[in-house]
Design a protein around this ligand. Structure first.
Ligand code: SF4
Length: 447
């Protein structure tokens, strides 16, 4: 169980020396209880306190590292809602391949997993994993396909079979990839634990209900094995939503350690893409660790990745681009100069629309703490004074010969102040909406 501030305070030296940055030991204890500090910040904590609090501060959801170098991480979450802090490790998206699929289908899926790229607000997104399902009878064929998937994609793979002999063959075939063996039941858990441990893979565990799953993972934990994923047996979207939420809450709020592991979900194959999308969206929104899609569809993948990017962005830290002057296209010294803020979405929208308008120009992006234009202006981070200061600091006047600068239409009110602080420059008020840049540039050229 999580310790309260009062319980933690009893373990601290109670000297109120302030070296941890808190005014009192009690204040520090409250921070520890809220998981906003670590016991290591108190240099005088006893060994007993470190031991007790170390165990209590173990992440409520265990982090699981996948892939040969462990770069694909899932779990290690500490909050129920992203506005409380942030979600750390996004739901890994995988595409399933059946060993009974035609060679053409297999090649198509492999190519998608290996080559798919989506660029969104400067982030290059790709498919995290493939899954191989043993849908036929051929054990060697399943293992060969697992090997082929691993060699082609070089991504960790989810190996799925109800046949332990087939899982053994596949686990050996992809040894070194730190993949997932799916799925152990209470009857096969011990045998597959040994297999996962010997081959350095992660083991997904299931049971007909949460009590059974709790007992199964408790037994695995007793052996010291912790590379566990939970797979729930649910029959509807509502049950998926409810079970994911219940287990996450139990792990976070009640410190139920045997349920403190990331989830693995295989979505059912369906001809209804909305049904697949609803299942995947539920996983991304509600705590999924790995979500295996039954097929690859580019529109679905782009939708899910965009949603995931939004959910797994720290809400307290807007995505920002580096403040500087960006060349758009191939600008010359007399090309037009635009200005906007360093909020990533704003930058990519504006730069994209300048490019789409067929204009080469310079985009001045001052430091605005990642806020959008109106927010930055309202917060005093995007004013005539601050833009002028930035223009001077980056030496724009030496870089370009033009003395016209186009500001966003939403902040027309800073034009006077900007002209005052940038002597010799003429401030032009651009469109409010980036989508109107093209027509605005046409209008400028026609003058
Ligand atoms: Fe108390 Fe330790 Fe903080 Fe000092 S450093 S105030 S002893 S918790």
């Amino acid at each position: 169980m999580a310790l309260t501030g009062l319980q933690i305070q009893k373990l601290l030296p109670k000297t109120n020396c302030r070296e941890c940055g808190s005014n009192t030991c009690m204040a520090f204890a409250m921070k520890l209880a809220a998981k906003k500090a670590e016991i290591a910040e108190c240099p005088y904590a006893s060994e007993e306190a470190v031991r007790v609090l170390g165990a209590a501060s173990e992440p409520p959801i265990r982090g699981i590292a996948l892939g040969p170098d462990g770069t694909l991480k899932i779990g290690e979450e500490t909050v129920l809602y992203r506005h409380e802090k942030t979600f750390f490790h996004q739901t890994a998206l995988a595409v399933n391949i059946n060993d009974t699929d035609s060679p053409m289908m297999i090649e198509k899926a492999l190519k998608a997993v290996r080559d798919y790229r989506l660029e969104r607000v400067g982030e290059k997104l790709q498919i995290d994993m493939a899954a191989v399902t043993h849908a036929g009878e051929d054990i060697d064929g399943f293992a060969r396909l697992a090997r082929k998937v691993w060699e082609t994609t070089r991504r960790p793979t989810v190996l799925r079979s109800s046949n332990t002999t087939a899982l053994k063959a596949a686990a050996l075939a992809v040894k070194g990839s730190r993949s997932v063996l799916a799925t152990a039941t209470p009857e096969t858990a011990e045998e597959l634990r040994v297999l996962a441990k010997e081959n350095d893979h992660v083991l997904a565990v299931t049971a007909p209900d949460l009590d059974g799953l709790f007992r199964c993972t408790s037994k695995l934990r007793e052996t010291g094995f912790q590379n566990i994923l939970l797979q729930f047996q649910t029959t509807s979207l509502a049950e998926e939503f409810q079970t994911n939420s219940t287990v996450r809450r139990a792990a976070l709020k009640d410190s139920v350690k045997p349920l403190g592991y990331p989830f693995l979900r295989f979505l059912n194959n369906s001809t209804d893409f909305l049904e697949i999308a609803a299942g995947a969206i539920t996983e991304i929104d509600k705590y999924g660790g790995i979500c295996v899609l039954p097929v690859f569809d580019p529109a679905l993948m782009a939708t899910l990745m965009t949603l995931r990017l939004n959910i797994y962005t720290d809400p307290q830290k807007p995505i920002q681009v580096e403040p500087k002057v960006y060349p758009i296209g191939e600008p010359r010294s007399d090309s037009p100069v635009f200005v906007t803020t360093n909020f990533s979405l704003t930058y990519f929208t504006v730069s994209g629309e300048i490019e789409n308008s067929g204009t080469s120009g310079w985009l001045v992006v001052p430091e605005c703490e990642g806020m959008s234009v109106l927010t930055a202006w309202a917060a005093g981070k995007f004013s005539g004074v601050s833009v002028a200061k930035f223009v001077k600091e980056v030496g724009l006047e030496n870089q370009v010969s033009t003395r016209e600068i186009i500001i966003p239409g939403y902040v027309a009110q800073i034009s006077g102040e900007l002209e005052e602080n940038l002597p010799g420059w003429k401030v032009l008020v651009g469109p409010q909406d980036a989508a109107d840049i093209e027509s605005y540039m046409k209008m400028l050229k026609s003058k």
